[in-house]
Design a protein around this ligand. Structure first.
Ligand SMILES: [Zn+2]
Length: 306
């Protein structure tokens, strides 16, 4: 009897020590996205493989253990000596964007398979070129730069989202020129050959189309969340902060701080919450579309993602 018991226990130990084979299609990320597998993962650390014990949450356990994840770089615009725009509510863009980025970070960090890196997490001067460099050093898969807009014309309002390109219209040129003003080396104009070279590189490695897709996803969710805020569309602009990004990258201009209504709204924590949810959902929609955050895709979130 004792002998049998020992044998059984040994067999159990052997089984328990055997790695559990993942279901087909669960271990490998989408083709070509292996780089998205992070060195460290937020996993539960609780294997679901107890012999004779029914798995309680087999689907979630499988997702948590072995999937590619996505690391999101959030870039709160400006900081330190660069105040950014100063709106009608008297708040600096640098403070407002840090507040918004922190809200987005909190929301994203609650998602399985998403990690967040901030290019700054204080009132700090960060050179425009250093922002994507910091994101790259942190292994970011996407780069989302957050800004508040400004115009000398008090009636101008709305949300607009940019990815890198020769300015698609004079308005885009104006926004990028203003945002580039703090750059150590001011950005070249749209016909600068350096921009053409960067764009051709980005096209080659697919980052440009992914940047467009990321911009579209975030913009769509922002516009849906703020129906009384006009959409100024997804556009291309020659932003210094995007030029050095080695990953899909966008500049989100969440609204005009200089507009009498929009400027005061942007200063409201409740409105920032709304924007943060939309930005998170846009990022997750992009992740689902590209398959980058496979964990999220598998788990799904039908209540939030249209
Ligand atoms: Zn800005």
């Amino acid at each position: 009897m004792t002998r049998v018991l020992v044998l059984v226990l040994s067999g159990f130990a052997l089984l328990a020590a055997t790695p559990v084979a993942a279901a087909p299609g669960q271990t490998a990320g989408p083709a070509g996205r292996d780089a998205l597998v992070l060195p460290k993962k937020k996993v539960s650390g609780k294997p679901s493989s107890s012999v004779g014990v029914p798995a309680q949450k087999p689907r979630k356990a499988a997702v948590d253990r072995s999937f590619p994840a996505m690391r999101v770089a959030l870039d709160p615009g400006h900081g330190g000596l660069s105040t950014g725009a100063i709106g009608v509510a008297g708040i600096y863009e640098k403070h407002l964007m840090l507040s918004l980025a922190r809200k987005v970070r909190t929301l994203l960090e609650a998602e399985v398979g998403i990690e967040v890196f901030m290019t700054r997490d204080g009132d700090e001067d960060v050179d425009l070129a250093s922002r994507p460099a910091r994101a790259a050093a942190a292994g970011a898969d996407i780069f989302v730069s957050l800004h508040g807009n400004a115009s000398p014309l008090p009636d101008v309002r709305g949300v607009e989202t940019f990815f890198l390109g020769a300015a698609s219209d004079p308005g885009a040129d104006e926004v990028s020129r203003r945002e580039n003003a703090e750059a150590v080396t001011p950005g070249p104009m749209a016909d600068d050959p350096a921009v053409s070279a960067i764009l051709s590189d980005l096209r080659r490695n697919g980052n440009l189309s992914e940047s467009a897709s990321l911009a579209e996803a975030i913009h769509r969710l922002l516009v849906a969340a703020c129906p009384d805020t006009p959409s100024r569309n997804v556009r291309q602009g020659n932003f210094a902060v995007l030029r050095r990004a080695s990953m899909p990258a966008v500049v989100v201009e969440v609204g005009f701080m200089t507009h009498a209504v929009e400027g005061h709204r942007l200063a409201l924590p409740s409105y920032q919450d709304k924007l943060a949810i939309a930005i998170r959902d846009g990022i997750l929609a992009f992740a689902r579309r590209t398959g980058a955050a496979h964990a999220f895709v598998t788990r799904g979130s039908p209540t939030r993602i249209p």
